[in-house]
Design a protein around this ligand. Structure first.
Ligand code: ZN
Length: 320
């Protein structure tokens, strides 16, 4: 490669502009790949419990870089024009982050989904703006409540804006929860805010405290292994699953928990183990319908994502 110091100013600048153009083109292609991996849920068979975990651990993106690309990839799926905007340089990842957050807030406040058409219009409206201008513009267009820095303020829609001061330790604990729960919270939307994390933690506590009979959605507590949701299942299989569950004694469950501690799903090609400690479920390695028994050797812990994946594959085998 020739030395850059030999280039004229004009040549140097031309080259840089050309490279930046290629970089934008490449970003678009990367986003399309992330989107396809997300759609195929390919990360599951690679023993990751979420696309976020895959992007950070397998591809080495930082948490925020992964989140921004994921938000952009998901917006790209709904609004294909995003690709052109990225390539021409009028829309960048931080603007898309602002857009995604605002759209999510609007949907939460109003309880109504923001339409694809509205999203297209928003993309047009913020193209060419800075991140700060983008934030102002989407707040205005979506008519989001203006936030003031009061200690406690009840807003128009009865939401409350709090200004609280956390100690360094408290804040770090909250961030740790955010990182750990990101794969659960990310299932519904592209981004995770601290309010999501606080709500998630509060739900966990309240569920445990007041609804002992109710089936838990996701649980972070190792002592309460989340019961499987039967919603997405075939009726016949559901009956079997209930019988299976009842027949594994609490004592046996506790032994499996103590032994495994985390998701035991392994990608046979790479040897990678998922090790997620969220929403753990006790699984029969060999299912009961295939002759598997309730023994410690035949039981293992799986996270809900991998348990569901394994279940889907078994359904194919069983009813083929
Ligand atoms: Zn897992």
């Amino acid at each position: 490669m020739d030395s850059l110091s030999l280039l004229s100013n004009k040549e140097l600048e031309l080259r840089l502009k050309d490279l930046v153009q290629k970089e934008r083109k490449l970003l678009h292609v990367i986003l399309e790949h992330i989107r396809e991996i997300d759609v195929r849920r390919l990360y599951l068979e690679k023993a990751y419990s979420s696309i976020y975990e895959y992007l950070t651990k397998e591809l080495g993106y930082s948490g925020s870089a992964a989140m921004r690309r994921l938000e952009a990839a998901r917006l790209l799926r709904e609004v294909p024009q995003v690709a052109d905007r990225i390539q021409e340089g009028s829309l960048n990842l931080s603007q898309i982050g602002e857009l995604s957050r605002a759209i999510k807030e609007k949907e939460k406040v109003s309880g109504v989904k923001v339409s694809v058409l509205q999203k297209q219009e928003l993309v047009d409206q913020v193209s060419g703006l800075t991140a700060g201008e983008t934030q102002k513009e989407v707040t205005r267009v979506l008519d989001l409540p203006v936030k003031e820095f009061d200690t406690k303020k009840v807003q128009q829609d009865e939401s409350v804006r709090l200004g609280i001061t956390l100690s360094k330790e408290q804040y770090e604990k909250l961030l740790q929860c955010k990182d750990l729960a990101a794969h659960i919270l990310l299932q519904d939307s592209g981004s995770v805010s601290l309010t999501d994390v606080i709500e998630f933690l509060a739900d966990q506590y309240l569920d445990k405290k007041f609804k002992p009979g109710k089936k838990k959605k996701e649980s972070v507590n190792l002592n309460t292994v989340a019961e499987e949701s039967k919603d997405s299942r075939d009726a016949i299989v559901t009956t079997d699953a209930v019988v299976e569950r009842k027949s594994v004694t609490t004592k046996l469950r506790r032994m499996v928990l103590q032994r495994d501690k985390c998701c035991q799903y392994v990608d046979l090609k790479t040897g990678r183990k998922c090790k997620s400690s969220f929403a753990l479920q006790v699984d029969h390695k060999t299912s009961k319908w295939a002759g598997g028994v309730n023994s410690l050797a035949n039981l293992q812990l799986l996270c809900s994502q991998h348990n569901r994946e394994k279940y889907k594959k078994e359904l194919n085998v069983r009813y083929r």
